[in-house]
Design a protein around this ligand. Structure first.
Ligand code: FE
Length: 241
């Protein structure tokens, strides 16, 4: 017992045995510290490898996904909320000479081998209180990509009805130009118990918008590219009474 007490007393460390013990302790401590040094080295070499993998895989993986995913989701959803009460009614526009009654009921005007840039136009029919109008009539007609109307048949003509949430979707092509006019799509919209609205929709960034006497920027479709085609959004606000 005495020996142990002696070892832990301050005097013991001033003896040669004490000094030797101190040196041994320091050697042991430094020996323990050595393995800690190589630790970070493999970690550092591992980090660049992880980063290299992350960059090489994430760039090709994310960039196509970013283009693919938002396209179908973003276009229809936010536009449906873009209405402030009381909403201004969609302006009326001249019917033009090419309307033809009796168009087939269909949501796609693409039949056979069509030329031109495909366009999916969608949106909501709302009333003046920004409430969706279910079962509203939408009757579309337009020129083909070469600027020609089909006056003998019903090519690029079709009507449909909005769904329970006032939503509609039309599959077509971007219409071509014809003399004196910019790109436009004709449409008649009518709530079940409302008056018939006749109007036209336009495309942003078309040079001929500036020289078309009846162009109205309130009737501009919001467009974005979608692969080889385009997505367009337009919400109609109509009187429902
Ligand atoms: Fe026209």
């Amino acid at each position: 017992m005495r020996n142990y007490r002696y070892l832990f007393s301050p005097r013991a460390w001033r003896t040669p045995i004490g000094i030797a013990s101190l040196l041994l302790g320091m050697v042991l401590l430094s020996a323990c510290a050595v393995p800690a040094q190589p630790g970070p080295v493999p970690t550092l070499t591992a980090q660049p490898a992880v980063q290299a993998k992350a960059t090489s895989t994430s760039i090709p993986a994310t960039s196509p996904a970013v283009e693919d995913t938002p396209t179908p989701q973003t276009s229809p959803t936010p536009a449906a909320a873009a209405c402030s009460n009381p909403a201004g009614l969609t302006p009326a526009m001249t019917e033009g000479p090419y309307f033809k009654a009796g168009s087939p009921e269909r949501a796609s005007l693409l039949e056979g081998q069509v030329q031109g840039m495909k366009l999916v136009l969608s949106g909501t029919v709302l009333d003046g209180d920004c409430k969706p109008v279910a079962h509203a009539l939408l009757d579309f007609w337009q020129a083909d990509s070469g600027g020609q109307y089909d006056n003998a048949g019903y090519i690029f003509r079709g009507h449909q009805f909005s769904d329970a949430n006032g939503r509609y979707q039309l599959e077509t092509v971007v219409p071509g130009l014809y003399p004196g006019r910019t790109e436009h799509i004709h449409v008649k919209v009518q709530a079940p118990n409302g008056p018939l609205l006749t109007t036209q929709l336009f495309f942003p960034g078309v040079v001929q918008n500036d020289s078309d006497g009846i162009f109205d920027e309130r009737l501009l479709i919001q467009v974005q590219k979608n692969g080889d085609g385009m997505l367009g959004v337009y919400n109609f606000v109509v009187s429902a009474k």
